[in-house]
Design a protein around this ligand. Structure first.
Ligand code: SF4
Ligand code: SF4
Length: 201
């Protein structure tokens, strides 16, 4: 069974505007929109989930992939993202991180994010939602033992690239035990969706 999502955070206009300002700070890719087949169930923060749900799409978390669901409900028949403007951070990170580069050679307008920088973005999304304990949990491993956090994150991304579900599950347990935190991408592919025009990331 898919794990239940967290309770609904307040979807106030200030939080949504802050979310969009945060997304604006990410590197931009000259995306060729080639990776739509990676759009499966995804982990995201509750604020992002409820924002997209309010737009009519209830995207399940990654456990749904193990339950047999393989396509993100926001992916259209034309292989575009129906919630492109409000797509979650994880969909924007694929292709713009050192450890999750674009499989299709899409170029960035600046240096890729390190794992630590990407985690800080995730923590800030939680802060925007008022989920400061979650934000602290994400930052903690990088403050206490950055080498270990980096190692686990890098191994996790390798498991994603290898589509090694068993290793993903093992590392996810490690992650959930508080040693480090990272998202799970539903079908374990390296990249994300083709947007209506331009980059997913
Ligand atoms: S980018 Fe893909 S995975 Fe992300 S919300 Fe859009 S369709 Fe779903
Ligand atoms: S969405 Fe990102 S990963 Fe996918 S083709 Fe575009 S730049 Fe590459």
């Amino acid at each position: 069974m898919a794990k239940k999502r967290s309770p609904r955070p307040k979807l106030n206009p200030e939080a949504i505007a802050a979310l969009d300002r945060l997304y604006e700070q990410l590197p931009k890719a000259q995306c060729i929109g080639a990776c739509w087949d990676s759009c499966g169930p995804i982990e995201m923060t509750p604020l992002e989930h409820w924002r997209i749900k309010a737009a009519g799409f209830d995207i399940p978390n990654a456990n749904a992939a193990r339950d047999g669901l393989s396509v993100c409900p926001a992916l259209t028949l034309l292989h575009q993202c129906a919630v492109y403007e409000s797509r979650p951070l994880i969909c924007r990170l694929w292709g713009v991180m050192e450890t999750m580069p674009c499989n299709y050679g899409c170029q960035l307008d600046g240096p890729p994010l390190t794992d630590r920088q990407a985690h800080e973005f995730i923590a800030q999304v939680h802060d925007i939602a008022g989920e400061h304990a979650e934000a602290e949990m994400i930052r903690r491993p990088w403050l206490l033992n950055p080498g270990r956090a980096e190692e686990v994150a890098a191994n996790y991304h390798q498991a994603l690239r290898d589509e090694d579900l068993r290793e993903q599950v093992r590392l996810k347990k490690l992650i959930e035990s508080g040693q480090t935190v990272f998202y799970v991408r539903g079908r374990g592919h390296i990249s994300s969706t083709p947007p209506p025009s331009g980059a997913n990331s």
